[in-house]
Ligand binder design. Structure first.
Ligand code: PMP
Length: 401
């Protein structure tokens, strides 16, 4: 096959396709259209008026519903606004400005704050660190999660290491799931910093694509068991369950951390949007309701994951490797000269997340990871985009010999 000729044909077609961000497709959003007519009642289960100010921690019935899904006791769960990312950002800001339980001083008073960043990882985590002046140290990811030998060594050696970003289930972008042993070691490890925190972004907790859902060990319980009760900050949201712009976000942690968090957020807000919380309770009802809803998402997006796998196998066997996730929103493609491949794709009208975005400071030292977000385009567009991407990989391989 002649990659140059194929690439010329590709450019000729004048495509305009976008695989950049993990957005639900319009058909996925349609699954939640009934929410637009809810809530039917503005009364919470305890009789309070959801239209008014108040209830900083969020509705008990919604916390009960998501407690088992996020592996956080309902009493230790907080429901926030529509973005878990905002809760992550704000937690770091709170830790900078208000002493976290177990800390000697506020993080802003430390000479340096370092976060470990398993790579490839989620670019928006790294952006939070960049914005807040937190040094990032990459840690390689394996099939079971971050390389725990490296993590244990770094947290034990350096008291400036205060945090680690983790997407433990169907990770962004590789789709891998942390093994029980990885979770246990994260909970048990000795850290030089007494106020070390695991930022456990369980964004894809219920986002299974197959009939065999991945199981994740219970980090919060394991931390408590190993004498590190305050170590875990857990996050999640319904952005990719219900409506990406109008979901509900969660923060869960130890009782002391939750009290600290609420003391801080209480200065930002008089209370969250409880009508949206009621709408979620009425629409999703219970854990089985969530599972049934997620199966409808899977019916729409599993064929897209299968398609990507099939096209890559047909076009690129031997030239590249990629992940075949069983949940979540992303596939990670490993190729030589990823930056050049992304540039060639862009010139052919196929927009991809910039190469390097999966690494701190936007720099992938191996220049090898491309994140594929297959959910938004329809199957026909997706096939064109992945076939086109494969042409770009072959072209770069040919040019580079
Ligand atoms: N965390 C991860 C790992 C994500 O992939 C995303 C969405 N791309 C988010 C958080 C954002 O979540 P939210 O909409 O709740 O801010």
């Amino acid at each position: 096959m002649n990659a140059q000729r194929d690439y010329a044909d590709l450019v000729q077609r004048g495509l305009s396709l976008d695989l950049t961000r993990g957005k639900p497709s319009p058909r996925q959003l349609d699954l939640s259209n009934d929410m637009l007519r809810l809530p039917a009642s503005y009364r919470a289960a305890d009789g309070t008026d959801g239209r008014n100010y108040g209830n900083l921690q969020g509705l008990a019935e919604l916390r009960e519903l998501f407690a088992p899904l996020l592996q956080v006791p309902a009493a230790q769960l907080v429901v926030g606004g529509n973005a878990s990312l905002a809760m992550m950002h704000d937690t770091v800001v709170h830790a900078l400005l208000s002493t976290v339980p177990g800390a000697v001083r506020r993080w802003v008073e430390e000479p340096e704050i370092t976060f470990l960043c398993p790579v490839p990882g989620y670019d928006r985590h790294f952006t939070i660190c960049e914005r807040l002046g937190i040094r990032m140290v990459p840690v390689p990811m394996g099939a079971d999660g971050p390389d725990m030998d490296v993590v244990e060594r770094l947290v034990a050696a350096d008291a400036s290491v205060k945090g680690i970003w983790c997407v433990p289930k169907y990770s962004n972008p590789s789709g891998i799931v942390y093994s029980d042993e990885t979770v246990r070691r994260l909970a048990a490890m000795e850290t030089a910093a007494p106020d070390f925190r695991i930022f456990w972004d369980n964004a894809y907790a219920v986002h299974h694509l197959t009939d065999t859902p991945a199981e994740l060990a219970d980090l919060l319980a394991l931390c408590a068991e190993h004498g590190h009760a305050d170590r875990a900050f857990v996050y999640g949201s319904t952005s990719k369950v219900t409506l990406a712009g109008s979901g509900v976000a969660f923060f869960g942690s130890s009782p002391d951390n939750v009290a600290w968090f609420l003391a801080n957020t209480g200065k930002q807000s008089i209370g969250p949007d409880k009508l949206n919380q009621l709408r979620h309770v009425e629409f999703l009802r219970d854990a089985e309701g969530v599972a049934a809803h997620m199966r409808r998402h899977a019916e729409l997006i599993w064929p897209k994951f299968e398609l990507v796998d099939r096209v890559l196998a047909k076009e690129l066997g031997g030239l590249a490797t990629w992940t075949s996730p069983r949940g979540g929103y992303f596939i990670s493609l490993e190729v030589p000269h990823a930056g050049e491949v992304v540039a060639k794709a862009k010139a052919a009208g196929i927009a991809l997340t910039p190469a390097g975005a999966t690494h701190p400071y936007g720099t992938d030292p191996a220049d090898s990871t491309i994140r594929i977000a297959p959910t938004y385009p329809d199957l026909e567009e997706l096939e064109q985009a992945i076939a086109g991407l494969a042409v770009c990989v072959r072209l770069v391989a040919e040019e580079r010999g």
